[in-house]
Design a protein around this ligand. Structure first.
Ligand SMILES: [Zn+2]
Length: 227
């Protein structure tokens, strides 16, 4: 039995940690400075947005992870992508600009994802609240069953988060492979030798939210240590 339990823990950890680790690894590997490239990720995003006739979509630097913000109509890039010339910077910029294009065109899948994720923020806040209250409940009512039910409810709510990101993966794949890849290939912004690297970065960019949601589940694992 202990062997089975250990194997189970390893499988769970690999599932939770694996995707985030892989994304970090891919972005770092292809994030090396390349002075021969025509511009930084920030400059490239600006160029693609202007070309897509979206001059009012802003490009900003952020430390909150690369993303497109539909509320502010802003593409935000991490400093290592915004200010650096690298294959990762170019591919990530192209991916985030693709979300701005999905938004501007009013593509239904993007709209649906936007609505779902907006609701999801509240689900996650609620779930975190439920988890935070669990130790208090235990002190107050000393009913382990009730606390267990509470934890189960919170885990289920967070699981919805992972499910939503999996369901909306097609929006991410459209950004990476439906829009960004053809632009990079067709316009020859990168050389033929750089394209496999760009493809891996685009794949990593597409899975970012699923990996992020899985890490949220890991945070739940941390909560268990409270007891
Ligand atoms: Zn994306």
């Amino acid at each position: 039995m202990p062997v089975l339990a250990a194997a189970g823990i390893i499988v769970v950890l690999a599932l939770v940690f694996g995707p985030s680790w892989w994304i970090k690894h891919v972005l770092k590997k292809h994030g090396v400075e390349r002075p021969d490239l025509p511009g930084t990720g920030g400059e490239f995003a600006r160029h693609l947005l202007d070309e897509a006739k979206l001059p009012d979509v802003k490009v900003e630097v952020t430390d909150q992870g690369d993303h497109y913000d539909p509320m502010d109509r802003t593409v935000r890039l991490m400093p290592q992508h915004h200010d650096v010339r690298s294959v990762a910077a170019v591919a990530v910029a192209a991916h985030e600009v693709s979300h701005a294009i999905q938004h501007a065109r009013g593509e239904p899948a993007f709209q649906r994802r936007f609505e779902l994720v907006t609701k999801l923020i509240w689900v996650q806040r609620f779930a975190t609240g439920v988890l935070l209250l669990a130790p208090v409940m235990f002190i107050l009512v000393k009913a382990p069953l009730l606390v267990a039910l509470q934890i189960l409810a919170a885990v289920a709510l967070m699981g919805i988060g992972v499910a939503v990101h999996i369901v909306t993966l097609p929006v991410e794949f459209d950004a990476s492979f439906g829009k960004a890849l053809p632009v990079l290939e067709g316009r020859r912004y990168l050389s033929e030798q750089d394209m496999p690297a760009a493809r891996s970065v685009l794949k990593a960019a597409a899975y970012t939210y699923v990996a992020g949601a899985l890490s949220t589940l890991l945070n739940i694992a941390r909560w268990f240590r409270v007891f």
